[in-house]
Design a protein around this ligand. Structure first.
Ligand code: ATP
Ligand code: MG
Length: 607
């Protein structure tokens, strides 16, 4: 039961999940009530010197700054920040920058930007909780030395090959390293000299001394510190030993007073080592109890995309896409350029929920959340994507008048706007045919059609070029049929098409994005595949995922601000590209079609 003071502030609906049960039980039992907080991350003694921790729980989002965030991270971000918000806690934004290679400030900045964009804040209880694991290197070294002194760690000098060979298998116990019996003094001396830079990479490694016969392979003397002569993007050349992730992570959590350390299921087998590290260091007096606890949930898997950093990097470096923020990329920077909304991601996270069983979510679920949030808020505009000239033969060339179009059919409070009308208009090429199939109600010779928010017209024919291509359609205006006037009711027509005045229209680049991959599970084996056939996920790229066209837009779109979102009537949702669009020369990206064209096979031209 969330207490009333905090639950009132929460906006997301609170789908029950096992993590909420755990947190509620901990709050009811006062599991973490005795913790102290000195105002910053610190050792046990440092924390104990501070007042009671004002945060009822602490969670964290700990990305490695070695790439851009993807849709999977959004699930983890919204979960961790959401739980902290709902239960009177704080969520720490922590860069898990313990790996000197591959990390970069560029990634750090982009990650912070994306977390903010999702609407999450690491400011809580009057403090900023932005932390870097690299700030804890000194403590990690100190704690490792304490483990050595307590007989819980040793320096191994086997090479990588020997270590692998002696680790054993799932069915076979490992063998003790010949260096496992080194004395504490010897281990301390070697570890100090590792830190002093006396040895090359790989010469020695510091390992936990647990049990080489443990059933859980992760408990067979896992590595703690390795030698890496590398420059770190924050600590420079101060260190040439770096902690292993499985050692660093629990220590980071403990220094930050994290209560519930939530990670994805693949870390389940690491939990015993997580607890081992913290218990031993607490025994040495360096960490205060109660200690953080790790919980696992199932990661997000989504159809038609890949959510592995390695594959995303490959897409970018091999130029299958135009960078990390390509609107087709399942990254948050890509989603933003595509026009996806933070509200849509929040709705999605609520809908898919949190569980411990692996599942594959259909991309349609995410796209529907985007449609729903966009439908609610995006103003309506008119754009002709595949322009064909329509000439109203009975309208004078210099005639100009104005029609009124509502900005949002369900929200009259958003008002109406005036759209210019004249003799020559742009209409969609597919809204005219000489030979209508059954059920076609749009323009064909002799047929009456309503120009949406305008007049009824009667089609009288078309012009063709020498090759027989249709270059213009001719029609006659029915003067008494203007929408909103009494005469309009005299016409019962089935076809209703959109248009823009050719004289006033703004030609603009529109990018029609579609799914990046053509199959639900890129790279996965398919029915009928030969035994042993390895598929490359790149073979499943959708060749039609980006199309660039010149559309004719209604005048008011000309001044669209970057990132402004609209519904283009009958087409879908579009956003002014945040990089390339300028007021006066807008560039639009298609976010999603109005309906799911992958189910209906109707290529997105809503009728
Ligand atoms: P890699 O391990 O390849 O570096 P990663 O995607 O795990 O990539 P991290 O930066 O370690 O990247 O992830 C930060 C946090 O996001 C972790 O807590 C991780 O559990 C979580 N996370 C990553 N991918 C997903 C996913 N698909 N679904 C839910 N959470 C995820
Ligand atoms: Mg990771």
């Amino acid at each position: 039961m969330a207490d009333s003071a905090t639950s009132e502030n929460s906006t997301a609906s609170k789908a029950v999940n096992f993590l909420r049960h755990i947190i509620e039980a901990d709050l009811a039992a006062g599991t973490y009530a005795s913790r102290h907080w000195c105002g910053m991350p610190g050792s046990g003694p440092q924390q104990q010197a501070g007042p009671a921790d004002p945060a009822r729980i602490r969670t964290r989002f700990p990305p490695e700054p070695n790439g851009y965030l993807h849709f999977g991270h959004a699930k983890s971000i919204l979960l961790n920040f959401g739980l902290a918000r709902d239960y009177g806690g704080v969520c720490h934004m922590r860069f898990d920058d313990t790996n000197p290679e591959k990390e970069d400030q560029e990634f750090v900045d982009a990650i912070l930007d994306s977390v903010r964009w999702l609407g999450c804040s690491w400011t809580g209880l009057g403090q900023d909780h932005l932390y870097h694991a690299s700030d804890y290197f000194d403590f990690m070294v100190q704690a490792a030395e304490a483990l050595i002194e307590a007989g819980h760690a040793y320096v191994d000098s086997q090479n990588a090959e020997e270590m692998r060979a002696s680790r054993g298998t799932l069915t076979e116990a490992g063998r003790n390293s010949p260096f496992r019996t080194r004395t504490i003094a010897e281990n301390l001396d070697l570890f100090k000299r590792m830190q002093a830079g006396e040895f090359p990479d790989g010469a020695h490694i510091l390992r936990a001394k647990i049990d080489m016969a443990a059933a859980n392979i992760n408990m067979r003397d896992p590595a703690i510190f390795r030698i890496r002569h590398a420059t770190h993007h924050r600590t420079g050349d101060r260190f040439c030993v770096y902690p292993m992730y499985t050692y660093a992570h629990p220590v980071e959590d403990a220094l930050e007073n994290i209560t519930h350390s939530i990670c994805t299921l693949e870390f389940e087998d690491q939990r015993p080592f997580y607890d081992w590290v913290l218990e031993r260091i607490a025994d040495c007096g360096l960490l205060a109890r109660p200690l953080p606890r790790q919980y696992e949930f199932s990661r997000l898997n989504l159809t038609y995309v890949v959510l592995s950093k390695r594959r995303l990097i490959q897409l970018v470096t091999e130029k299958h896409v135009d960078g990390w923020d390509d609107p087709r990329m399942p990254t948050l920077v890509g989603a933003r350029r595509r026009g996806f909304t933070p509200e849509g991601f929040r709705m999605f996270a609520e809908r898919i929920g949190i569980s411990k069983s692996d599942s594959l979510i259909d991309m349609t679920v995410l796209e529907d959340c985007m449609r729903e949030t966009l439908n609610a808020d995006a103003p309506r505009r008119i754009a002709v994507l595949d322009p064909l000239r329509l000439v109203l033969d009975n309208v004078p060339a210099d005639h100009e008048e104005w029609c009124e179009a509502p900005n949002h059919p369900q929200k009259p409070e958003l008002g109406k706007r005036a759209i210019p009308f004249g003799r020559e208009l742009w209409i969609e090429r597919e809204d005219f045919t000489e030979t209508p199939p059954k059920g076609y109600f749009r323009l064909f010779p002799g047929n009456l059609v309503r120009l949406r928010y305008g007049f009824v017209i009667k089609c009288i024919g078309c012009d063709k070029d020498d090759e027989g291509n249709i270059v213009a359609v001719h029609a006659e205006l029915q003067p008494d049929s203007k929408s909103g006037t009494p005469g309009a009711d005299n016409y019962k027509v089935k076809g209703n098409i959109h248009w823009v005045s050719a004289r006033h229209a703004c030609p603009a680049e529109v990018r029609l994005y579609d799914r990046l991959f053509a199959v639900p599970m890129p790279g996965a084996r398919r029915e009928g595949d030969a035994e042993g056939l390895e598929r490359d996920f790149l073979d499943d790229l959708n060749p039609g995922s980006k199309q660039s066209i010149t559309a004719q837009l209604e005048t008011s779109l000309k001044e669209a601000a970057a990132e402004e979102r609209f519904q283009f009537e009958r087409h879908g949702y579009f956003v002014a590209d945040r990089k390339d669009s300028r007021p006066g020369t807008p560039v639009f990206n298609r976010t999603v079609t109005l309906k799911d064209s992958w189910v209906t096979q109707d290529k997105g031209k809503g009728k």
